[in-house]
Write a protein that binds this ligand. Structure first.
Ligand code: DAH
Length: 366
């Protein structure tokens, strides 16, 4: 028995001193393994007399239990330490400032779209999207431009050779206005959305590219009138250009999908040959520039989209995103936007770390 006690003490000390799971495993095999000394002691029970056995058996079992418990306890300690060491070696200090990788930049069009989303989200608008491959009905007919409407000819449309399964002509959308129809059909009224995205027209010169960007705005609710439209556009443009002296002029115009329709001009001044938005076009040295189309949603459009025009009214507007970007950030050739020239992009692009927020100013600080 003393032998066993000695072996036990030696093993317990060794367990306590073990530094690795492997060392611990070796000790376990040496004691509790098939050929281990505890197993050997258990085997001696067979040759004992019943009296001897009643005394020896519980003692050997107790040693087995003690050694087993000690190994389990040490194993936990070693595993804990290993985890601590792993965590310590993988530490990531999230409070450190980010190292700016000067690789790539945010395109001015994306930047402006983010700014628009931020401004309009604050006014309770959701961002809606629609397909760029559109059908004739959503792009024209539902917007009060049926097949014979002369306004169709004003959109230089890219048509696809094949019709869809319902016999509709397919095309690249010529404006973001079809998203009005899709959103109203999906959500009904009341509704408050902006829909930014790509649009296509077969047209190309210094101020026109076959693909460009628009953002559509739509508000439908009870009792909506032209005053809401004007306030919304003023609030949007003040936030976007980050100045209070934005002066708008509403001129009567015509769009098939609005009645009445208004063209919105904004006052600007020329500074160093650049147009700088602000002030009134009626003032000395200031001029008016046409900025966007808008109006009260034509009731025929509401009806096409399944909205009760007796109960609901709405306003809508559409504006060129590229143009807004050019005005705000001083680019003068639209074609350069889509050339993919890295020199242009690194000059006019924005840092990905520069998220527009209303509290910090939507304008990029880069
Ligand atoms: N869809 C028009 C265009 O591309 C722009 C526009 C005008 C949109 C008036 C509107 C609107 O929503 O009310 O030329």
């Amino acid at each position: 028995m003393t032998d066993l006690t000695e072996q036990k003490l030696a093993t317990l000390n060794a367990i306590e001193a073990a530094q690795t799971p492997d060392a611990l495993e070796e000790l376990r095999v040496a004691a509790l393994g098939k050929k281990g000394w505890v197993s050997a002691a258990l085997k001696t029970l067979g040759q004992m007399s019943p009296e001897e056995r009643t005394e020896a058996a519980p003692a050997i079992q107790a040693v087995r239990g003690e050694v087993g418990d000690a190994i389990a306890a040490r194993k936990e300690v070693l595993e804990g330490a290993a985890l601590e060491a792993k965590l310590a070696s993988e530490t990531l200090d999230l409070t450190l400032p980010a190292v700016e990788q000067k690789r790539g930049s945010v395109h001015p069009v994306s930047q402006v779209m983010d700014e628009l989303a931020e401004i309009f989200a604050d006014l309770g608008f959701a961002v809606a999207t629609g397909p760029e491959i559109e059908d004739d009905w959503h792009n024209f007919t539902a917007l009060n431009m049926d097949e014979s409407h002369p306004a169709r000819a004003m959109h230089d449309t890219f048509y696809f050779p094949d019709k869809d399964s319902e016999g509709r002509s397919m095309l690249l959308r010529t404006h973001t206005s079809p998203v009005q129809i899709r959103s109203m059909k999906e959500q009904g009224a009341p509704i408050r959305i902006i829909a930014p995205g790509r649009v296509y027209r077969s047209d190309s010169d210094a101020t026109h590219t076959p693909m460009f960007h628009q953002v559509e705005g739509l508000v439908v609710d009870k009792g909506i009138h032209l005053g809401h439209l004007k306030w919304t556009l003023e609030t949007f443009l003040k936030a976007f250009f980050e100045r209070e002296d934005i002066v708008l002029r509403l001129r009567p115009s015509y769009f098939p999908f609005t009645e009445p329709s208004v063209e919105v001009d904004v006052g600007y001044a020329k500074e160093d040959g650049r147009r700088v938005v602000g002030g009134s076009g009626d003032d000395e040295g200031h001029e008016w520039m046409e900025l966007l189309g808008s109006g009260m949603v034509n009731r025929r459009v509401l009806e096409s989209a399944g909205v009760d025009a007796q109960e609901y009214q709405g306003f809508a507007f559409g504006v060129g995103v590229d143009r807004l970007a050019m005005l705000k950030y001083g680019m003068d050739d639209l074609r350069a936007f889509f050339d993919g020239d890295v020199r242009w992009l690194s000059h006019y692009g924005f840092s990905a770390f520069d998220q527009p927020t209303l509290s910090a100013g939507v304008g990029a600080r880069a």
